[in-house]
Write a protein that binds this ligand. Structure first.
Ligand code: PEP
Ligand code: MG
Length: 580
């Protein structure tokens, strides 16, 4: 029988294959009362199981060189749980005081901890309950004498590419044991966007869906599955017509991808040999491999506020420094543009966080981004120091979001000088000549761009916000989404003015909003004079494909004529011609 399941698509694309069910460790353990004389022996049995699992995890971490860094971090979390008195001392007490057998004592305490995690408002912390369960599962198995969960067996003659792992949940240890395999997809009952499954699937670029709730119970081994990772849909036992349709779409996607892949090492320049730089936008250090895989020349925008989101406290200097250093080292000599926190607008500040009450209603026009950083000097110093310290490891540029006023730039430069002075006093080395750039994302900044050009080393146009503020469209409000128009003549005028003004004085300017990654707009931007694009890594090769097929000499007069048009219909017509 054919049926459909819906979950959260965490890695896009289509996979078609046979289900391979992962056995789900049972936590239904026996409830035994042990004799008083066996208590010490039972505690020793518990301790040795905990130690064995801890050693196993340490060993595993040492062997994870090629696995995504986040997985190693999750293994650390699991190891930490095994050192946490809440998880190891309490079961000992239960064994001693209530004379429970070790498995039962541990599972009781796990249930108590899971309840505590479930009570958290923060989705990231709530999700950590799965980590507790996974750690306990491993210890229980060790106690029962069948440690580890073997990687699923692949029967002879089955191509791994055609297998789809269906699991209740995947622990980091499970996913690491998969790293030498090449499955078509992973789907799980539990988990969210930050789950290990999601991270691994994205890093392996295979379609994946989590949070399916009952997939493990409803799907049987060997059943045929279609996974649409973009829409979060699983089709079980599809009928032949649907299967054919998806097979066709899958082939199309693969063909396009493989054609584009060949462009990875191609020099990014136009037909008339004008070089065009293509950079990646990243949100976390774990995005670096994807950026490199796409052939990015560097990072054009590192949205550092993602280090802060999903947690209540502020990452301290050490943690930020580690993250920035990891990105710079990972990019291996390629430039990395680190944007200071852009907190307070659509990047939600959790109400219980210390900053929450300082960000008022109407956040898009409120104290966000550089406004917030300047009003929180201590927070800003921590970030500036962390960025400067990481600049020792490779070329870093500093990017300031949402500038409107000259005095904001002056205050930012003064804050940077203060951070430099404090590091000098501590004899810490850093790049004394770190370049400082500003984001042009407020119409006032685009119109009075001279103020910025005189004070800064480079500019980056944030079209996502520039469009929002120019057209008075809240970018997070679906009801006005249809009015969000990148081709509005006012937006084009602001873009063209900013690019040509920067060009005149020889200051580099990039676009790092979504527009930069839209291949339909590549020629328009090239014709305006843009030579640096920064975008989601998944778009780089498509945009490069456009660059390689464009001739700047031909584009310029067309785009000049386009910029004189105001009627939307005529503008769209002209764009179609430009792309033909
Ligand atoms: C932008 O506004 O275009 C931009 C790149 O910044 P963000 O999307 O993070 O606001
Ligand atoms: Mg922005």
């Amino acid at each position: 029988m054919s049926f459909v399941l819906h979950g959260l698509g965490v890695s896009g694309g289509i996979a078609i294959g046979r289900a391979m069910l992962m056995s789900h460790a049972t936590l239904e353990v026996s409830h035994l009362t042990i004799p008083a004389r066996s208590v010490d022996k039972e505690i020793a049995r518990f301790d040795s199981a905990v130690l064995a699992v801890k050693n196993e995890l340490i060993q595993m971490k040492e062997n994870t060189e090629h696995a995504p860094a986040e997985l190693a971090a999750f293994i650390d979390i699991h190891t930490m749980f095994l050192e946490d008195p809440e998880l190891v001392d309490k079961p000992r007490e239960l064994i001693r005081e209530r004379r429970c057998n070790a498995e039962w004592a541990l599972v009781q305490q796990m249930e108590h901890l899971v309840d505590q995690f479930e009570a958290f408002d923060d989705p990231y912390l709530r999700e950590r309950k799965f980590d507790v369960v996974q750690v306990v599962e491993r210890v229980v198995k060790e106690l029962l004498g069948h440690a580890g969960r073997p990687a699923p067996k692949v029967s002879k003659g089955t191509k791994e590419e055609a297998l789809i792992v269906v699991a209740h949940d995947l622990s980091p240890a499970d996913t690491i044991s998969f790293k030498d395999h090449r499955f078509a997809s992973f789907i799980t009952d539990v988990g969210g966007a930050t789950s290990h499954t999601a991270i691994l699937a994205r890093s392996m670029a295979i379609p994946s869906i989590v949070g399916l709730e009952n997939a493990r119970a409803l799907i049987r081994d060997g059943e045929q599955l279609i996974i649409d990772g973009t829409r979060g849909v699983v089709i079980v036992n599809p009928d032949p017509r649907i299967l054919e349709e998806y097979q066709l779409r899958k082939n199309q996607i693969e063909l396009e991808r493989s054609k584009l892949k060949r462009l990875k090492t191609a020099k990014s320049e136009t037909i008339d040999e004008v070089p065009v730089s293509l950079y990646a936008n990243i949100e976390l250090p774990g995005d670096v491999p994807v950026a490199l895989e796409a052939g990015a020349e560097g990072v054009g925008l590192f949205r550092t506020e993602f280090l802060f989101l999903d947690r209540g406290d502020m990452p301290d200097e050490r943690e930020q420094y580690d993250a920035y250093k990891k990105v710079v080292k990972g990019m291996n000599g390629r430039p990395v543009t680190i944007r200071t926190f852009d907190l307070g607008n659509d990047k939600d500040i959790r109400p219980e966080s210390t900053l929450g009450d300082r960000v008022k209603t109407n956040p898009a026009l409120g104290r966000r981004a550089i406004r917030l950083s300047l009003s929180e000097p201590q927070m800003f110093q921590i970030q500036l120091r962390a960025i400067l310290r990481a600049s020792k490891y490779g070329p870093i540029k500093l990017l300031i979001p949402m500038l409107a006023h000259a005095h904001e730039i002056d205050q930012t430069l003064a804050a940077l000088e203060q951070a430099k002075a404090s590091l000098r006093a501590e004899k810490v080395t850093f790049d004394e000549h770190i370049q400082v750039g500003g984001m042009i994302e407020i119409p006032a900044a685009a119109l009075a761009v001279g103020l910025f050009l005189r004070r800064l080393d480079f500019l980056s146009i944030g079209t996502n916000d520039l469009i929002q503020y120019t057209l008075a469209i809240d970018r997070s409000d679906e009801q006005v989404a249809s009015l969000y128009d990148p081709l509005h003549p006012a937006v084009l005028m602001l873009l063209a003015h900013t690019i040509s003004s920067a060009e005149k004085v020889g200051i580099p300017v990039s676009v790092c909003g979504e527009l930069a990654g839209d291949p339909a707009l590549t020629r328009l931007l090239l014709g305006m004079g843009l030579r640096i694009f920064s975008m989601h890594p998944s778009q780089i090769l498509e945009v490069k494909n456009r660059v390689l097929k464009s001739d700047i000499g031909e584009l310029i007069p067309h785009v000049r004529r386009m910029l004189r048009l105001e009627e939307p219909g005529k503008l769209r017509e002209a764009l179609e011609k430009l792309n033909a």
